[in-house]
Design a protein around this ligand. Structure first.
Ligand SMILES: [Fe+2]
Length: 308
């Protein structure tokens, strides 16, 4: 059975993708939670950032995605800002309002693992466990990769989230996950389906961005090699807050970066992507971009031209 045959009537699929909502909440935070990386000017930075990254815009995004009723939605991390418990509580409540467990798959970003207290307590996994499936058994020492199976499709979600020293926003997949991802992408349950890979960090450097190496995926080359060999149908990520379409090096596999899902800044307004799949291939990308005047998201083509 081909992916298109498996994809249901007409072989069409629709995925929504959002990322980097950076919800900040200092509610209930204790002083000792700031005796670490969070003390290094990070709170000031986060407060400044929170003027641009608006939870009410995120709420509009969630409602807009629900109205579109995609086959599935994926979120590529940085849901929170300083990885404080109150931030995870707030985002969990928002997601639960809009997504039943089977409707969304998430992976964490560097901000979800901002400090070791958050990762050692497993805050991300505790908050979003409903959205971290393992529908295919793979040999992995940890929770990742997540693997989601739907009718005619499968999603493999890698975690690149690791706590880093101050002023670093790097990520790492690691050999254990690489091996498990290889296994998942070759699993009989995924063969013949549309296979999407999701992660937070970009796989390619962005030479236009100052200090890009301080934000990179440290084992990107190895991950690119494994994906080029495994040949998924689509790879999506976030992290850099602008829409970018690339190709996985040496392949025709689309490699898509989505913008932030909550930003309210002229020229960098919040977006989410909609991927339309037909006959097992990505046919079009709609960028749904937030408009302040109407307080709503509107569909655009991938070059930013408004769609009717
Ligand atoms: Fe990030």
């Amino acid at each position: 059975m081909t992916a298109s045959q498996a994809a249901g009537q007409g072989g069409e699929l629709c995925f929504a993708h959002f990322s980097d909502t950076h919800v900040l909440s200092l509610e209930g935070a204790r002083a000792r939670e700031f005796l670490n990386k969070r003390a290094t000017g990070a709170v000031n930075l986060a407060l400044n950032r929170s003027r641009q990254y608006r939870v009410e815009v995120f709420e509009r995004l969630l409602a807009a995605i629900r109205a579109l009723a995609p086959d599935h939605s994926v979120c590529t991390g940085d849901l929170v800002n300083l990885a404080l418990a109150a931030e995870f509580d707030r985002v969990r409540a928002l997601l639960r309002e809009h997504f039943v467990a089977g409707a969304l798959t998430v992976v964490p970003g560097n901000h979800d693992a901002y400090e070791r207290d958050a990762t050692s307590a497993g805050r991300f996994e505790a908050a979003f466990g409903d959205y971290l499936p393992r529908d295919v058994d793979v040999a992995s020492g940890g929770r990742y990769p997540v693997v989601r199976l739907g009718t005619g499709w499968g999603v493999v979600g890698l975690s690149s989230a690791v706590p880093t020293p101050a002023f670093l926003a790097t990520g790492t997949i690691g050999e254990d996950q690489q091996q498990a991802a290889r296994q998942a992408l070759a699993a009989p349950e995924l063969v013949g389906r549309f296979r999407m890979v999701m992660l937070h960090h970009p796989l390619l450097p962005d030479p236009t961005r100052p200090f890009d190496h301080l934000r990179r995926l440290t084992d990107a080359e190895a991950v690119v090699d494994l994906l080029a060999a495994a040949g998924p149908d689509l790879v999506v990520h976030g992290h850099n807050h602008v829409f970018v379409r690339n190709r996985l090096p040496g392949t025709d596999v689309p490699l898509i970066q989505v913008a932030s899902g909550s930003r309210r800044k002229s020229g960098y307004m919040a977006e989410f992507n909609v991927y339309r799949i037909r006959d097992g291939r990505l046919r079009s990308i709609e960028r749904h971009i937030y408009d302040e005047a109407t307080d709503a998201f509107h569909p655009h083509d991938e070059w930013g031209r408004r769609l009717p």
